[in-house]
Write a protein that binds this ligand. Structure first.
Ligand code: DC
Length: 244
């Protein structure tokens, strides 16, 4: 069944639930968001992919990534849409499917850089609110519970120690069959640099919303983290718990 069909057959169709998942890079937000979306019959929207798509366009245009004016102009000429898929979101940049082009280190770094600018963020937040206007979504990013949907029914801030996040990323890369994944130390260094920028930018820094439930998965297996998140969501939505 497609995500859209599941949404229609969700136990409470029409209920405009929004689940916000925020947290640092490599915490496992995408896996968690995908799981919750499937489990509760919701659409899954990855906002990081939108920043990545915009960064790709800026790179292609050869724009300086540290100047707001050019980026702001570029944003005004750009359309970005996410389509929910069973595995990951399909990302459409001006109608072009760029899903396979936005996960490399160059775009990753560029996404973190372009996302510091208030004009870029204001535009993105508008797009994200439009995409989720009908509710029934799990939206994942850095500022969903604080800025994009401060009234979301459920907010989870997913965290884990940088070394653990780095190690998980390293293992993930190994599984994707990359010929020479960077060593874990380099991955941890890059994650820390990105965290630093995401947490310290003036506009919408990465931080938990005051009413977010903090889920620290440092000492959890994936299964345990998913089960803990299911419980949090079920509790907030007033549904019976699903796993013990
Ligand atoms: O989640 P991700 O790693 O795909 O995100 C890429 C970058 O986009 C991240 O370093 C910061 C930025 N981002 C953001 O500023 N706000 C969001 N809601 C999502 C991502």
């Amino acid at each position: 069944m497609s995500a859209e069909e599941r949404r229609k057959t969700s136990p409470q169709p029409g209920r405009a639930v929004i689940i916000a998942i925020d947290g640092p890079a490599g915490a496992g937000k995408s896996t968690l968001a995908r799981h919750l979306a499937r489990h509760f019959g919701l659409l899954n929207l990855e906002t990081g992919a939108m920043y990545r798509a915009f960064a790709l366009k800026a790179l292609r245009a050869g724009l300086p990534l540290d100047e707001s004016t050019g980026l702001e102009q570029l944003a005004s000429e750009t359309s970005i849409r996410l389509e929910s898929g069973d595995e990951e979101n399909r990302v459409l940049l001006d109608g072009e499917d760029v899903t396979g082009l936005i996960r490399n280190p160059t775009v990753t770094e560029a996404a973190s850089r372009v996302s510091v600018f208030p004009a870029v963020r204001a535009w993105m937040v508008g797009l994200q609110q439009q995409q989720a206007a009908r509710g029934g979504v799990v939206m994942e990013g850095r500022d969903i519970g604080t800025v994009v949907f401060p009234n979301a029914e459920v907010k989870i801030f997913l965290d884990a120690a940088p070394e653990v996040r780095g190690q998980r990323r390293y293992e993930q890369l190994g599984q994707t069959g990359i010929a020479q994944p960077p060593p874990p130390e380099k991955i941890v260094r890059d994650l820390r640099a990105r965290d630093e920028r995401d947490r310290n930018r003036a506009d919408s820094p990465l931080k938990p919303a005051p009413d977010a439930v903090i889920l620290d998965s440092t000492h959890m297996t994936l299964e345990q983290a998913l089960a803990a998140a299911e419980k949090i969501v079920a509790g907030k939505l007033g549904q019976p718990g699903t796993r013990s």
